[in-house]
Design a protein around this ligand. Structure first.
Ligand SMILES: Nc1nc2c(ncn2[C@@H]2O[C@H](COP(=O)(O)OP(=O)(O)OP(=O)(O)O)[C@@H](O)[C@H]2O)c(=O)[nH]1
Ligand SMILES: [Mg+2]
Length: 193
């Protein structure tokens, strides 16, 4: 994926007016959002990967070949972040999602964990704003392949996903799922409604 970091918004006032389609990448802190984007670009150091979780506190707009943006959003739910910071990030994510941008979203969920309230909130945001979305199950290299299907079903049930929304297995370590996700992003960037 041909990618350039074009803009960083640290608060709602810095969010640009929507122009091209946008594909937001969203999920719990430490779920692997930045690693996910790095895998797709084929550049390990492209987005900063946190050694300690809860580090990406801004919205990053990555221009993909002039066709649209992949957007890295702050992770939610990291306990050690002070409450005022959490509120500021939640405000930023809400302001981001309330913009009239077009394009589908990607919700990342750790293959080993049960979806939480934050994940369910994101599903309801996507539905509320009429944005199509897919769920990607990250870090599948940490569990045996034989468990993928069962985890995908459990995650889909916990999030109330439709039958056509089975979570996509993904790993930034093995590149599992990368091709499928690249196709999905292209599709989402072609969407104009
Ligand atoms: N084994 C394995 N580890 C991963 C994978 N993806 C990410 N990680 C690790 O998980 C940790 C968090 O990854 P990040 O990409 O920074 O996660 P993030 O969602 O961007 O985190 P925040 O920006 O802090 O919300 C890092 O230690 C990564 O190396 C994966 O597919 N497999
Ligand atoms: Mg990050």
């Amino acid at each position: 994926m041909d990618a350039q970091l074009e803009r960083v918004a640290a608060n709602r006032g810095q969010l640009p007016e929507p122009t091209l389609p946008e594909v937001p990448v969203i999920g719990r802190s430490n779920v692997g959002k930045s690693s996910f984007i790095n895998t797709l670009t084929g550049r390990k150091g492209f987005m900063r990967v946190s050694n300690s979780p809860g580090r990406t506190g801004a919205v990053f707009f990555v221009n993909v070949g002039g066709r649209g943006y992949v957007v890295d959003l702050p992770g939610y739910g990291f306990a050690k972040v002070p409450l005022p910071v959490k509120r500021a990030w939640a405000d930023l994510v809400e302001a981001y999602l309330a913009r009239a941008a077009k394009g589908g979203g990607i919700l990342l969920v750790d293959a080993r964990r049960e979806p939480n309230e934050g994940d369910r909130q994101m599903v309801s945001y996507f539905r509320h704003y009429g944005r199509p979305f897919s769920v990607v199950m990250t870090k599948v290299d940490k569990i045996s392949r034989g468990r993928w299907k069962g985890r995908a079903t459990a995650i889909a049930d916990a999030l109330g996903l439709g039958a056509d929304q089975e979570p996509i297995p993904f790993s930034a370590v093995t590149n599992e799922g990368a091709k499928r996700v690249l196709r999905l992003i292209e599709e989402y960037m072609e969407q104009t409604a």
